[in-house]
Design a protein around this ligand. Structure first.
Ligand SMILES: Nc1ncnc2c1ncn2[C@@H]1O[C@H](COP(=O)(O)OP(=O)(O)OP(=O)(O)O)[C@@H](O)[C@H]1O
Ligand SMILES: [Mg+2]
Length: 399
């Protein structure tokens, strides 16, 4: 009886979460909605999500009615119920015929009190069962979420090799195959083998949907490896991912907090001082952002992703790299909103500090900033090109 209610509780919570997420998404994209004048479309969509949530809730009504009956009926009607039950053997079966009135009154009082306790226990058991099934539904959702966040993707045939700090190989792919994570996923890269040394920078190219971002997801352990072994000789915090659409946490944080993210200000102040952050801001020409924020430590009165241009956000992404100085930066089209000259400057900053990087993107201007190109065809095939040689031949190495 409990199991179906638990399942329906999970479904109801899923649908309600979808409905709430639709609203958050609408709020985040209100500017685009206004530009497209798509208010009517959004209204229909919100109503659709609402209807799905309500219809899913209908199926749990049966259990809710049972729960209400058990809670109220037995509590409110406990007196009539117990006297009706007690009257049956006396009136209909004559079981107490010939018993004196005093003795019958005593028996009725005893049994009425026992019945009253029994009804109380039954009511309490029923409420516990209903409360438990509701809780079990919510707990299952939290449990599934925690399993995923703690264990990461379920391991398939592939694996991650253990770190070895004895040589200067930063990462090594040994016959690695990966697919899209859906059922019967499409193979994006097959039997890929590559060893990359410190300070050798790799560019991943290929048509849209070929698996360039997926390549970075595999290194970040977000997607599982199907077969083969990938060894990355950098610790978790020595790899910093920078997507093209930079994640800037909301909550009107300070500029300093955005730059040092994911560290918090109290932890960061021990290892870096404000002057060094100011030097990074100057180097990245972020003075206008500093002015907009009234300095490093003022709490701003806007949301970052809404106020800053995409190019400014990408510069903040690079400020994070210069601040954290990871061993390896994963740059997913992280400069595609900048001018070619600014792109070159950003890469020069990383090279000057000896930060290795893997970038994705198809702009020809990226080639002079990298040593190796891995070109994916989207069906598992790949080609590897040594760019350092061709760059040198064309005189295209960074100064
Ligand atoms: N969560 C997911 N589940 C299943 N398939 C996915 C998922 N995310 C992406 N894909 C698929 O994986 C393939 C590779 O996606 P990926 O984002 O790596 O492409 P890309 O080469 O980076 O493309 P682009 O140049 O447009 O950024 C695409 O076919 C995409 O539809
Ligand atoms: Mg991509």
């Amino acid at each position: 009886m409990v199991r179906p209610f638990t399942k329906w509780t999970i479904r109801v919570q899923n649908k309600e979460a979808d409905f709430r997420y639709k609203h958050v998404n609408l709020r985040d994209n209100s500017e685009s909605v206004a530009m497209y004048s798509s208010e009517a479309f959004e209204k229909t969509e919100c109503e659709r999500f609402f209807e799905v949530a309500i219809h899913t809730r209908y199926w749990t009504l049966f259990y809710n009615v049972l729960s209400v009956i058990s809670d109220t009926f037995f509590n409110d009607f406990s007196d009539p119920i117990r006297y009706i039950v007690l009257s049956i053997p006396i009136i209909y079966f004559g079981s107490y015929d010939g018993v004196s009135q005093d003795s019958l009154a005593g028996t009725i009082t005893t049994y009425a009190s026992m019945l009253s306790h029994l009804l109380e226990v039954l009511t309490a058991c029923a409420s516990v069962i209903f409360a438990y099934s509701r809780l079990a539904g919510s707990a299952k959702r939290v449990y599934d979420f925690m399993c995923y966040t703690e264990d990461g993707p379920k391991p398939e045939g592939g694996d991650y090799g253990s770190k070895t700090k004895c040589d200067d190989i930063l990462y090594e792919f040994d016959r690695v195959t990966y697919c899209t994570p859906n059922n019967g996923g499409k193979v994006l890269l097959k039997d890929f083998t590559l060893k990359v040394n410190q300070n050798k920078n790799v560019l991943i190219t290929g048509p849209s949907g070929a698996g360039k971002t997926a390549f970075l997801r595999i290194i970040s352990k977000i997607w599982p490896i199907k077969t083969g072994v990938l060894t990355v000789n950098a610790y978790h915090y020595d790899i910093l991912p920078i997507p093209s659409n930079l994640y800037m946490p909301n909550g009107r944080l300070t500029l300093k907090q955005q730059i040092i993210f994911p560290l918090t200000v109290d932890k960061a102040s021990k290892c870096f001082d404000d002057q060094q952050i100011m030097a990074i801001i100057k180097e990245l020409s972020l003075d206008s952002v500093l002015h907009l924020c009234n300095g490093l430590d003022s709490i701003v009165d806007f949301e970052w992703a809404e106020r800053l241009s995409l190019a400014q956000q990408q510069r903040i992404g690079f400020a994070r790299i210069l601040y954290h100085r990871p061993e390896l930066a994963l740059l997913d089209e992280a400069t595609n909103c900048l001018s070619p000259a600014a792109e070159r400057e950003m890469y020069m900053m990383l090279q000057k500090r000896g930060i290795s990087y893997i970038s994705t993107g198809n702009q020809p201007l990226l080639r002079p900033c990298h040593d190796i190109e891995v070109k994916l065809n989207g069906w598992g095939g790949y080609e590897v090109f040594d760019l350092s040689k061709s760059n040198a031949d064309k005189g295209m190495v960074l100064p």
